[in-house]
Ligand binder design. Structure first.
Ligand code: OKP
Ligand code: ZN
Length: 365
């Protein structure tokens, strides 16, 4: 399996996050990527690592990102830190003071938003206190989505030739599934899996032959951003298994099924805290059935391993063997599959658990 990554993804390293009122070290650390990469490098017969370079111009990164995100939001991500520091903000990072709660403000025009002060803009474009923007954040965010795009391109090319079952892994960070069209949060800025999905739908296609895609999200947290982006889109099915009553708290219920033409294309499986292998696997097979019925041209997996029993910020109790099982079940769907890295915060085990998923996929059938 080819594995794409970029050392620029390591630069984003905020000094802290605010977690339930405490200032704590940033869980979504560069070390996460290092340990996963190291684990995969120790199995060279299974994994071939490929470096990407977001300055090479080989993919129109911004053009692809704009298929998902608003231009005003992207300009904000690029300029926020410099404007913030110029305005006297902390050199550590951009973090908001207030959020434009629906009862607090009417709909704002883009020109109004563009004229806001840096700290007000931060509140407008961000929904929590876990995605600080530092001096180097934008570089890592662009490298991260370029990793996903490069892996998607590889998948599109190799699945077009006649290999029976093909998987490619985008080893990217920062992660993406909480990022909405114009909203950062939950360690996420650009929705890597969403941008890759749109890329695959447009690759070498006449608009009339646009392939459908399914996104299976197995991260512990609900991918509110991915849900929002595709909520009215019948060509992208989003299926998520996640913890109910945990972060991001306000999304992920079974009643969220999509809107307009997209009704039925959004499927949530909230699971209780403490969920173990047997329960998880049973629900996973329902999710797999949903995707099989949809029969997508591509499958994208939002791969979080924060469902592991020892994860420091999560409350499921999955064992190591469950990750091999996830990989096998995904392989059984028989689709060209793009694995995109999301969460997982227990540094001692995330490498092994990610490897188990990918190895389970490769060795199946
Ligand atoms: C990102 B991903 C509350 C923790 C809140 C933000 C979590 C973001 C998770 N227990 N902190 O989906 O792994
Ligand atoms: Zn997560």
């Amino acid at each position: 399996m080819k594995v794409f990554w970029d050392p620029i993804c390591l630069l984003h390293d905020p000094p802290y996050e605010i977690l339930s009122g405490d200032k704590v070290p940033y869980f979504e650390s560069p070390a996460r990527l290092q340990v996963i990469k190291k684990e995969l490098e120790e199995h060279p017969s299974l994994f071939q690592l490929e470096l990407t370079d977001s300055s090479s111009g080989s993919i129109d990164i911004i053009g692809n990102v704009e298929t998902v995100h608003g231009r005003g939001y992207l300009n904000y991500l690029r300029n926020a830190y410099d404007e913030w520091v110029r305005d006297g903000g902390s050199v550590d990072a951009v973090l908001p003071n207030t959020f434009p709660h629906q009862k607090l403000v009417p709909r704002l025009s883009q020109s109004h938003v563009d004229s806001l002060s840096p700290v007000a803009k931060a509140g407008y474009y961000c929904f929590d206190l876990s995605s600080p923007i530092t001096k180097v954040t934008y570089s890592s965010v662009i490298a991260s989505v370029n990793v996903a795009l490069s892996a998607a391109r590889e998948l599109a090319i190799t699945s077009g030739s006649c290999r029976p079952k093909v998987g490619v892994f985008a080893l990217c960070r920062p992660p993406g599934h909480h990022a909405g069209t114009s909203l950062s949060g939950g360690y996420c800025f650009v929705n890597n899996v969403a941008v890759a999905a749109r890329f695959l739908q447009g690759f070498n296609q006449r608009p009339t032959d646009k392939p459908s895609v399914a996104i299976l999200d197995v991260d512990y947290h609900h991918g509110n951003g991915t849900q929002e982006i595709f909520y009215s889109d019948p060509s992208v099915r989003y299926v998520s298994l996640h913890a109910e009553d945990d972060y991001p708290y306000f999304t992920g219920s079974t009643t969220e099924k999509g809107i307009d033409d997209g009704v039925g294309a959004n499927i949530n499986y909230p699971l209780p805290r403490g969920t173990q292998d047997s329960e998880y696997c049973a629900v996973l097979s329902n999710a797999v059935e949903d995707i099989k019925k949809f029969d997508p041209g591509y499958l994208l997996l939002s791969l979080g391993v924060d469902t592991f029993v020892d994860d420091p910020i999560s409350d499921f109790k999955l064992s190591p063997s469950c990750y091999t099982h996830i990989g096998r079940v995904v392989a059984d769907m028989g689709k060209p599959t793009l694995f995109v890295m999301e969460g997982g915060y227990h540094l001692e085990t995330i490498g092994k658990n990610v490897r188990a998923v990918l190895q389970g996929f490769e060795e199946q059938g």
